[in-house]
Design a protein around this ligand. Structure first.
Ligand SMILES: Cc1cc2nc3c(=O)[nH]c(=O)nc-3n(C[C@H](O)[C@H](O)[C@H](O)COP(=O)(O)OP(=O)(O)OC[C@H]3O[C@@H](n4cnc5c(N)ncnc54)[C@H](O)[C@@H]3O)c2cc1C
Length: 336
């Protein structure tokens, strides 16, 4: 355990862990503080899906470029931290495959029509539990089970107090607390940014069933190969923060997924997580309104996809490097 870290990361979701690993890889001593248990990141399906995330009407070429650049950080990131990256692509089944292909092509993605929709090699995936374990064990990262109760800025360092009475100090703090309420002591603009994050509940089910050759998506659901079978997901429930599984919805979705696969399968208990979203659907990443305070929040549907990009932007900010090309789009105070 690091007793006087260079950086304290609050929150061990994908953004906190990717940022911690990136910083440790750059030679910083990093302590991550989190009470433990499931979070949105551990529930997620692990798709790294810049292409299919851009099938919707709201996507722009700029957004597509940003998502693609984050995906392209994954091979090196995965190699560095020992994560298995599955570059097996995606099949999409839906109406008007040629129009969907044209849309993706216009966004800069390679895809071709199939009899039932389209196929593309642009979307990849990671195995979430294994990836979280590998990131938490990255050399130079220490994870402490605790909940931060208060932050305060002292001369050139942050004081981080936990609700169990423990206290840590570090020159830099990264707030990666997902959809949690702002921690007392946060400066006003950072607190306002955290408070404005909108929750979107999501539910999916692990199913012991023969996996398809690559992720299979329709307008209504996805089926992602995973350890032990597949993951069938997911709901998108705006404004909800409760974690009680909806068993009826889960069994309907699992039945639809198995029908699509043409297979039988045994569903495990549904898993629920809360995604956090900003008004433009992009995360908040980079330096906040007080020296030494950095945000890594609200990646909405794409926390896994965007983890390495957020991590690089936050690490650059901590090191005082010139911001990279995507830093302005993710400016954490852009709504303040
Ligand atoms: C059903 C579902 C499926 C998804 N599938 C995908 C997918 O396939 N691909 C993809 O890219 N994204 C996916 N997502 C989105 C992705 O999961 C999220 O964008 C991402 O997990 C958010 O990560 P995070 O680190 O911001 O937050 P979280 O994972 O919520 O982590 C925040 C952490 O902060 C901790 N914390 C909060 N307050 C404190 C405190 N005071 N002190 C210490 N710790 C604190 C919490 O305990 C938590 O562990 C999915 C989400 C859901 C719900």
């Amino acid at each position: 355990m690091t007793s006087s870290p260079d950086v304290i990361v609050i929150g061990a979701g994908v953004l906190g862990l990717c940022t911690a690993a990136e910083l440790a890889g750059r030679g910083h001593a990093v302590t991550v503080i989190d009470p433990g248990g499931a979070n949105a990141s551990s529930v997620a399906a692990g798709m790294l899906a810049p292409a299919l995330e851009c099938l919707s009407d709201e996507a722009t070429p700029e957004r597509a470029g940003l998502l693609k650049r984050s995906r392209d950080l994954w091979p090196e990131f995965a190699r560095t931290f020992g994560l298995a990256l599955h570059r097996d692509g995606v099949d999409w089944r839906g109406p008007d495959g040629p129009a969907a292909v044209a849309r993706l092509t216009a966004m800069g993605f390679a895809a071709r029509p199939t009899r039932t929709g389209l196929t593309s090699a642009e979307d990849w995936r990671v195995d979430v539990p294994a990836a979280m374990t590998a990131l938490a064990r990255a050399p130079g990262v220490a994870v402490i089970r605790s909940r931060v109760a208060r932050l305060s800025a002292e001369a050139r360092r942050w004081r981080v107090e936990a609700d169990d009475g423990r206290t840590w100090f570090a020159p830099s703090v990264v707030l990666a607390t997902g959809v949690a309420a702002p921690i007392p002591g946060l400066p006003a603009r950072a607190a306002a940014a955290a408070a404005a994050i909108e929750p979107f509940r999501g539910q999916l089910s692990p199913v012991a069933a023969p996996p398809p050759p690559r992720t299979l998506r329709t307008p209504d659901l996805y089926i992602v190969p995973a350890a032990g079978g597949v993951i069938i997901g997911a709901t998108m429930e705006r404004g909800r923060r409760d974690l009680d599984p909806d068993l009826e919805e889960a069994s309907r979705r699992v039945a639809a997924g198995l029908a699509l696969l043409g297979a039988a399968g045994e569903a495990g208990p549904p898993r629920v997580g809360i995604r956090g979203a900003t008004a433009d659907g992009l995360p908040l990443a980079g330096p906040a309104d007080e020296p030494g305070l950095h945000l890594a929040l609200a990646p909405f549907r794409n926390g896994w996809l965007l983890g390495p990009l957020v991590a690089a932007i936050v690490a650059d900010g901590i090191e005082g490097r010139a911001p990279g090309p995507d830093a302005a789009a993710l400016d954490p105070l852009r709504f303040a």
